[in-house]
Write a protein that binds this ligand. Structure first.
Ligand SMILES: C[S@@+](CC[C@H](N)C(=O)[O-])C[C@H]1O[C@@H](n2cnc3c(N)ncnc32)[C@H](O)[C@@H]1O
Length: 310
C-alpha cells in the first residue's frame, strides 16, 4: 500500500482526550486505514477493547490487515456510524469509554482512482463510500433537477458559480451521459476557466461526495446516539475537515452542554430543566501545528473538538 497510506491527524491530541481508562471499551467510528486505532491500541491495556466501524469494505480489509497483531482486542463492523447504537447492542455492549470520529474520506479512498473520488484521476464517477448500495455520482448528475444540483454545489461546496455549473451539466447530459470524473472536470473548466479551476473542482467534488454519502445526516444522527452509549466520564472526540461538519459538531456540543428546557416534550413539566449531557473539553477547536500541516497537507483544515459525558 505504499503511497496510499493514510497518515492519521492530531494523533497525540486524540489520545490525550479520548483515553480516560486504560481498560475501557472504545469505538473508532471511522476506522479508515486504522491509524488512530493503532495508536490507541498502543496506549491502552491488553484488556481494553476497540470496536472499529467503517462503511467502506476496502477500509475494513486494510485495517484488519494492519491491526492483525491486536485481533483479540478488535471487532470490525462494516456499517454506517449512524447505526452505532444498534450495532453495539448486537455485540452486547451498552456503554463505552470513548468514541472517535475522524470524518470525511481517507487518502486511501482518494488515491484509489477507480473509486471516482478524485478529479486527479479519470475514472467512473462512483464516489460511494459503501459500494453495496445507493446512488453513484453518475446517478446524481444524470437524474437530479438543475435547481437541486445548484443547491448541492452551493450548500455543500460553497461554490459561487454553482448555478452556471448545474446549468451546463443539464445542457451536456441532454447530449450524452456524464459518467467520468474527467468529463465533469471538463464541464467545470468550461464554466470557471483555468485561474480558479482547482479550487472549483475541489468544491464541486466535495459537494457531490457529501450528497452521495449523506455525510451530514449520518453525522447528526450519530452524535445524538453518542449520548446514549457513552458512560459517565466517557469521551467524545471529533475531527472535522470543513465548516459544515464542524458547525454540526459545535452546535450539538453547545446545545448538549447547556441546561435545557424540555420544550420538545409536551408531557414534561415546563418548569423542570434538563441537565447537560456533555462538558466541553476544548473551548476552541484544536488544529494541527505548522509542522504537522507541512508534513501532512490533508491535516490543514482539521479541527478537533472533544467533550466528556456528564
Ligand atoms: C478520514 S478517514 C479515517 C482515517 C482513520 N482515522 C485512520 O487513521 O486511518 C474517514 C473514514 O470514515 C469512513 N466514513 C465516513 N463516513 C462514514 C459513515 N457515515 N459511517 C461509517 N464510516 C464512515 C470513510 O469510509 C473513511 O474510511
Amino acid at each position: 500500500m505504499t503511497g496510499m497510506y493514510h497518515e492519521p491527524v492530531l494523533v497525540q491530541e486524540v489520545l490525550e482526550y479520548l483515553i480516560n481508562l486504560r481498560d475501557g471499551v472504545y469505538v473508532d467510528a471511522t476506522t479508515g486505514g486504522g491509524g488512530h486505532t493503532m495508536a490507541l491500541l498502543q496506549n491502552i491495556s491488553g484488556n481494553a477493547r476497540v470496536v472499529c466501524f467503517d462503511r467502506d469494505a476496502d477500509a475494513i480489509k486494510e485495517a484488519e490487515h494492519r491491526l492483525n497483531k491486536w485481533q483479540s482486542q478488535v471487532t470490525f463492523v462494516q456499517d454506517e456510524f449512524s447505526n452505532i447504537r444498534d450495532r453495539l447492542r448486537e455485540l452486547s455492549i451498552e456503554k463505552v469509554t470513548g468514541i472517535l470520529f475522524d470524518l470525511g474520506v481517507s487518502s486511501y479512498q482518494i488515491n484509489s482512482a477507480e473509486r471516482g473520488f478524485s478529479f486527479q484521476h479519470d475514472a467512473i464517477l462512483d464516489m460511494r463510500m459503501d459500494t453495496r448500495s445507493g446512488m453513484t455520482g453518475v446517478d446524481v448528475l444524470q437524474t437530479y433537477a438543475e435547481r437541486d444540483l445548484a443547491d448541492i454545489f452551493y450548500r455543500y461546496g460553497e461554490e459561487r458559480k454553482a448555478r452556471r455549473i448545474a446549468q451546463k451539466i443539464v445542457e451536456e447530459r441532454k447530449k450524452r451521459s456524464i459518467t467520468k470524473t474527467g468529463e465533469l472536470a471538463e464541464i467545470i473548466r468550461n464554466v470557471v476557466g483555468e485561474r480558479h479551476l482547482v479550487k472549483s473542482l475541489a468544491r464541486i467534488f466535495q459537494a457531490l461526495r457529501i450528497e452521495i454519502n449523506a455525510e451530514l445526516d449520518h453525522l447528526s444522527e450519530a452524535l445524538v446516539q453518542t449520548t446514549d452509549i457513552l458512560q459517565t466520564g466517557g469521551r467524545l472526540v471529533v475531527i472535522s475537515y470543513h465548516s459544515l461538519e464542524d458547525r454540526i459538531v459545535k452546535n450539538f456540543l453547545k446545545e448538549r452542554s447547556a441546561t435545557r428546557k424540555p420544550t420538545d416534550d409536551p408531557f414534561a413539566r415546563q418548569d423542570e430543566e434538563i441537565e447537560p449531557d456533555f462538558r466541553i473539553l476544548t473551548k476552541k477547536p484544536l488544529q494541527p501545528d505548522r509542522e504537522e500541516q507541512n508534513r501532512n497537507p490533508r491535516s490543514r483544515s482539521a479541527k478537533l473538538r472533544a467533550a466528556e459525558r456528564c
